[in-house]
Design a protein around this ligand. Structure first.
Ligand SMILES: Cc1cc2nc3c(=O)[nH]c(=O)nc-3n(C[C@H](O)[C@H](O)[C@H](O)COP(=O)(O)OP(=O)(O)OC[C@H]3O[C@@H](n4cnc5c(N)ncnc54)[C@H](O)[C@@H]3O)c2cc1C
Length: 427
């Protein structure tokens, strides 16, 4: 069944083969592990734990992959949202390097899962990070050298002419090209993980929102119609988790971001835009990111909304942004336009760990979660099995709540973002 209405309308929902709807939780059940949220984080933890022999229940408020995992830009990028320099400042160069190596393990995990479960999600190799301003060009060139010298990561620096042979846009001054990163169809990937989790014996309940966490030696999660008692809880509700664990929810901020899909352009016209089929993202704070779909559309993302409300004139704004990159598409409108929430932490670094000896969480992917979520799920599963060193590495990253609490964090963030956007515009 393609394009069922239970998912927000998007090109992804229209082009994916959906899974049969899973039951709603009715009544009380006991299990080893209860996970909240069937996005990449929850599904990967569920899969790892079920394969290790645990009984696993997964509660999903809507449908599998309904959140960011089924709507995102599909850019599978090594590393983390805050960048290496920031991580080095937060935890020191050695731990930052270990974290980056783990992100590459996350990339291998993703590719292994795709292969092992036969997930048909249109994987393509290659990702370019592109500068618009000379300041950004200098920073990116320095980052490329830093990757070579300290991370042994095989990124390439492309000057403007080299980039122009692959990307038909005059907007960018060069590129840091990463041959290991790539892109995929995010909802197909989420549904593939969901199918694999079901096959491994995970009991997934859809339309079963967890409304309360009761902590203790034997914690439980309540829904409107049932309750799950367990030995361990994993909170993987991301930007959509609300009212379950205030101490982690206050450390992320939901931010809206949007993607548009053009009509199919035909193979020749699509390929004339991005010849090597790589994914592309610029380095602005409010960035543009884009790639081609398997059916030769341009998928163009951008336009953050810090108030989480859909911006007015969104279609017009997105067209203008796309035409700034590709003026040759001035005759092309969008077939689909959708949005979702990313979970940014104050320092944009990952926020993973535990809030009780038996309550684990991962959030703060800061728009950079396609690879990092699989790693987070794997490390949480590892920690539940008794080996927490690698998850504890991430728990070292200091995180502060957004100033002003829930009521004020949005206006304060809007003010901060206005400054960053101004900086992008001026320098
Ligand atoms: C528009 C957009 C573009 C993006 N582009 C990229 C990109 O190109 N590259 C990249 O790396 N990252 C990107 N991201 C970020 C990436 O999608 C996320 O980091 C990642 O999908 C997070 O996965 P997750 O499993 O943690 O959360 P989600 O996928 O959001 O899943 C959380 C799930 O938990 C459920 N839930 C929440 N609360 C409850 C509750 N109380 N009870 C039961 N269920 C609950 C939700 O319904 C949801 O299904 C983008 C995000 C968006 C929104």
């Amino acid at each position: 069944m393609a394009g069922a209405s239970t998912y927000p309308p998007s090109w992804y929902a229209a082009s994916a083969e959906l899974l049969p709807q899973q039951p709603r939780l009715d009544g009380r059940i006991d299990t080893d592990i209860c996970i909240v949220g069937a996005g990449y984080t929850g599904l990967s933890a569920a899969l790892e734990l079920a394969e290790a022999g645990y009984s696993v229940v997964l509660l999903e408020a809507e449908r599998i992959g309904w959140g960011a995992s089924g709507r995102n830009g599909g850019q599978a990028i090594a590393g983390f949202g805050c960048g290496e320099e920031k991580l080095e400042a937060l935890v020191g160069p050695e731990d930052a390097k270990q974290m980056f190596d783990l992100s590459l393990e996350g990339l291998r995990w993703l590719r292994t899962r795709i292969a092992r479960h036969g997930i048909d999600c249109d994987w393509r190799d290659g990702h370019a990070t592109v500068p618009i301003k000379p300041r950004q060009q200098r920073d990116l060139l320095a980052a490329t050298e830093h990757f070579h010298n300290h991370y042994n990561h095989p990124v390439e620096w492309w000057d403007r002419d080299r980039l122009r042979t692959q990307l038909a846009s005059d907007r960018y001054l060069g590129a840091m090209y990463d041959p290991l990163s790539g892109h995929l169809h995010p909802l197909k990937y989420a549904l593939g993980l969901g199918g694999a989790a079901l096959a491994a014996g995970v009991r997934i309940f859809e339309r079963s929102k967890a409304t309360r966490l009761v902590r203790g030696a034997k914690p439980s999660l309540k829904t409107a119609h049932g309750e799950v008692r367990c030995s361990h809880v994993v909170l993987a509700g991301n930007a959509l988790l609300h009212g379950i664990a205030p101490e982690i929810e206050s450390r992320i901020m939901p931010v809206g971001t949007y993607i548009a899909a053009t009509r199919p352009l035909g193979e020749e016209r699509a390929r004339s835009l991005i010849r090597n089929d790589m994914a592309v993202a610029d380095t602005n704070w409010a960035l543009d990111y884009f790639r081609l779909s398997a059916d030769h559309r341009l998928l163009f993302g951008g336009r953050a909304s810090y108030s989480t409300l859909q911006p007015p004139n969104l279609r017009w704004v997105m067209r203008r942004r796309m035409q700034r990159v590709f003026p040759q598409l001035n005759d092309v409108d969008f077939d689909y336009l959708w949005g979702g929430m990313i979970d940014i932490s104050l320092n944009r670094a990952p926020h993973w760990g535990r809030i009780e000896p038996n309550v684990w969480f991962a959030q703060g992917f800061s728009g950079h979660g396609v690879i990092a979520t699989g790693l987070a799920g794997k490390l949480i599963a590892e920690a539940i099995r008794g080996q927490s060193e690698r998850l504890d590495l991430f728990a070292k990253i200091p995180h502060r709540p957004f100033p002003g609490g829930r009521a004020l964090r949005t206006p304060l963030l809007v003010a901060a973002m206005a400054w960053y956007k101004l900086r992008d515009a001026l320098w």
